[in-house]
Design a protein around this ligand. Structure first.
Ligand code: OSB
Ligand code: MG
Length: 378
C-alpha cells in the first residue's frame, strides 16, 4: 500500500459535513455465540461529505460490551463529540493523516475505524480508484466461508449441509463449554473433508486445557479465540500444547498487539476485522506484520450491513488474506439490505463490489430512511 502516497495521490479533501445515523436491521435468524444471542443488528452509519462526494462506513460496536468493551453509546459519543468535530471543516490528503489525528486518544478502535473508513471511501472516490486498489489489493473476488451460530446439534448439521451445498469454502462453528466435542464429533463424522473451524469467543480458560487438547482430534483449520479477550500469554501457552493452530480475533486490536502475539507464538492465524483494529491503515499494517511472519490472515465479520460488508470485501483482496473470510452473502443475514447492489456469493466466491469508485456500493436511501432510528448532521 501507499504509506507515503506520491503527490498525485494526495488530493486535498475538505470534509464539509458528516451525517451520523443509528440504524437497525432485523436479523433473519437469531445468532447465538458463547456470550449471548443477537436478534437484530443496531449500528452507527457515518456519511462524510466533501463537495458532491460521499464516503460511507458503519461501526461494528454492539449494544452491550459482550464482544469487546466498546458499545454503541460509547462509539457514537466518541464520533459525535470527539473525532468528528476534530475533522469537519479540515482538509486531509491521505487517510493516514486523518488516522494520525485520532491516534493519541486511547482505544475506541471501532469509533476510530468508522471515521477512518468513511474517509478511505471519500479518498478512493476522489482518486477514481476502487477501495481495493487504494488499499493495495489485487483480487477481483474473494473466497468466503460461513460462521454458524450455536443451535441444537441436529439443526447445526442441517445448517452445515446447506452451506456446504452452496459452495462455502469453510464452515466455522461457534462453540462454548458444554457445546463442543460432541458437536465436533457429529459434524466431522458427517463431513469428513470440509474445511472446519471453531470460534469460542473467549469462553474457555487454561483450566480447560485437557478438554481443549481434544479439539486436536477433529482436523480443524484453526480454533478461534479460545481464551480471554485481553490475553496473549495464556494463548501462547495453549498454542505450545496443541497441534491445531490458534487464530486470534478479540485480542488483536492494534498492530502492536499483533506484533507481540506473533513474537510469543500466541497464534498462527489472525482474523482481521477492520472495525476491531481501528481502521484500514491498521488492518493493512497487521496484514504486513503477518506477511513478514508468514502467518495467514482472513477477514472476519460482525454481521455487517452492505456498507461494512463492502469495506471487508475490498480489504480481503490483499495478498496475505490466505484463508476464506466471514463476508458471506448479505441475504443470509437480512431480508433487505441498505445498499442498492447485491452482495451475494456464488460457489463460495464473493465478487468485489464495483459500482463506481470507493467501496462500490451505494445506500438505498429510501429503505435506509425506514430503518434509521436517529440521525444528526454535524
Ligand atoms: O467472533 O467472529 C466473531 C459475530 C459477532 C461477533 C463476533 C463474531 C461474529 C461472527 C460472525 O463470527 C461473522 C459474520 O458472519 O459476520
Ligand atoms: Mg471470532
Amino acid at each position: 500500500m501507499l504509506l507515503q502516497p506520491p503527490s498525485q495521490l494526495r488530493p486535498k479533501i475538505r470534509i464539509d459535513s458528516a451525517e451520523l445515523r443509528l440504524v437497525e436491521l432485523k436479523l433473519l435468524n437469531p445468532f447465538r455465540i458463547s456470550t449471548g444471542v443477537a436478534t437484530k443488528k443496531t449500528f452507527p452509519l457515518l456519511i462524510l461529505r466533501s463537495g458532491n462526494i460521499e464516503g460511507y462506513a458503519e461501526g461494528v460496536c454492539d449494544t452491550l460490551p459482550d464482544y469487546l468493551p466498546e458499545t454503541t453509546v460509547s462509539s457514537m459519543m466518541m464520533m459525535r463529540d470527539v473525532f468528528l468535530p476534530q475533522i469537519i471543516g479540515k482538509e486531509f490528503s491521505t487517510p493516514y493523516e486523518l488516522s494520525q489525528m485520532m491516534r493519541h486518544w486511547r482505544d475506541h478502535q471501532m469509533a476510530k475505524a468508522c471515521v477512518e473508513m468513511a474517509y478511505w471511501d471519500l479518498w478512493a472516490k476522489t482518486l477514481g480508484l476502487s477501495l481495493s486498489h487504494a488499499l493495495g489489493g489485487t483480487r477481483k473476488d474473494v473466497e468466503v466461508g460461513v460462521s454458524l451460530g450455536i443451535k441444537e446439534i441436529p439443526d447445526t448439521l442441517l445448517d452445515v449441509e446447506r452451506h456446504v451445498q452452496q459452495g462455502y469454502r469453510r464452515i466455522k462453528l461457534k462453540v462454548m463449554p458444554g457445546h463442543d466435542l460432541k458437536l465436533l464429533e457429529k459434524v466431522r463424522n458427517r463431513f469428513p473433508d470440509i474445511h472446519l473451524t471453531v470460534d469460542a469467543n473467549c469462553a474457555y480458560t487454561l483450566a480447560d486445557l485437557a478438554l481443549l487438547r481434544q479439539f486436536d482430534d477433529f482436523d480443524l483449520d484453526y480454533i478461534e479465540q479460545p481464551l480471554a479477550w485481553d490475553d496473549l500469554q495464556d494463548h501462547a501457552k495453549l498454542q505450545s500444547m496443541m497441534r491445531t493452530a490458534i487464530c486470534l480475533d478479540e485480542c488483536i486490536r492494534t498492530p502492536e498487539l499483533c506484533r507481540k502475539a506473533l513474537a510469543i507464538d500466541a497464534g498462527r492465524v489472525i482474523n482481521i476485522k477492520v472495525g476491531r483494529v481501528g481502521g484500514h491503515a491498521n488492518a493493512r499494517q497487521i496484514h504486513d506484520i503477518c506477511q513478514a511472519h508468514d502467518v495467514p490472515v482472513w477477514c472476519g465479520g460482525m454481521l455487517e450491513s452492505g456498507i461494512g460488508r463492502a469495506h471487508n470485501i475490498h480489504l480481503s483482496t490483499l495478498e496475505q488474506f490466505k484463508r476464506p473470510g466471514d463476508t458471506s452473502s448479505s441475504s443470509r443475514y437480512f431480508e433487505r439490505d441498505i445498499v442498492c447492489e447485491k452482495l451475494e456469493t456464488e460457489n463460495g466466491i464473493m465478487p468485489v463490489p464495483s459500482n463506481g469508485a470507493g467501496i462500490g456500493v451505494t445506500p438505498d436511501y429510501d429503505f435506509l430512511e425506514t430503518v434509521t432510528l436517529s440521525r444528526e448532521t454535524l
